[in-house]
Design a protein around this ligand. Sequence first.
Ligand SMILES: C[S@@+](CC[C@H](N)C(=O)[O-])C[C@H]1O[C@@H](n2cnc3c(N)ncnc32)[C@H](O)[C@@H]1O
Length: 344
Amino acid sequence: MWPRRASTKTTTDLPEAAGGTPAGQQPAASTDIPASTDTAAVASAPGIGSGPPSSTTVGEPSGRRQRRRSLLPSYPPPGYLGQLDPAFQQALARTRSQADLEDLVWYHTVELPDGTVLPGAWDLRGREAAYLGGVELAGRRVLELGPASGYLTFHMERQGAQVVAFDVGFDVAVDLLPVAGVEDPNEKALVMTGTIDRNHDAWWYLHRTFGSSAAFVQGDIYDLPADLGTFDVTVAGALLLHLRDPWGALRQAARRTTGCIVVTEPLQDDLAPPDSNIMRFSPSAEEHISNWWSIYPGAVVAMLRRLGFADTEVTFHRQRHHLGHDLSVEAVEQPMYTVVGRRP
Ligand SMILES: C[S@@+](CC[C@H](N)C(=O)[O-])C[C@H]1O[C@@H](n2cnc3c(N)ncnc32)[C@H](O)[C@@H]1O
């Protein structure tokens, strides 16, 4: 669901977030990956900006274009542990506040408290409850897998949830489809630094702006950090189609979820009845190197039931989406579905 090349346009200047960044207001209007500046982290918490660099799956691309470096170091804290420590989160917040506002990439359209609307590829406003399967969020501890720029994180928090957002990072990159069996580390690095990491900067911008207490944790979705604890609700929105192993990720989620798992996916086409138990290998759109699967609701239901979430409910909705993340084309009403699986 992200384009081969990061491309987003913001037509609105960003107000400085509360708690602030020295970057100030910038007219952000570039498409594609902006030519970059090095905004490497200056960090102080354990695991951030200290320790030895290790080999990384997110290599530095050689010379295709310049871009700013990730604000995170490429090596994780040992075992990816300790990230929920308030001191770690505070240091991460400080580091992320150094992002240039013009570098942020908005996956979601977001309305700030002062009424400023930041346009993004997906506009979930007003339809959040449908996207999240109508689950009760007040007082719940929620694990959000793959938050991108965080619209849902802060929406859920406003509903009274305590949210831990989890995404790739450190030495773990997104799963990109190899081309003719060949993995391209440069492509991976480009997606990570050009899009994913900038989504994360946007997440932190909103965190500052909304005065959030949500936490942000990074690592391997197929081996979630052991110290995350358990959650009442786990949310996987528009995520499974991007994973080489959706079952592996759901299995990890199931181990940590005491109440319900919410899975939202696009309905890719209508070639089969939606309740079909089909997960079709589907690297269809050439523009996308991260779309692996067309997953039908029936397949999600079957996986959740197998994992012990036997009480399942499927709902359908539409969400506004700028295809190819191109904000200059009119948004379409993308058909989506949400499966809520509950433990009996
Ligand atoms: C298409 S966005 C969905 C954003 C949000 N969940 C929503 O529904 O609006 C996919 C998110 O999943 C994350 N993601 C992709 N591959 C991942 C992986 N292997 N492990 C963890 N997160 C991943 C991306 O970084 C991004 O935050």
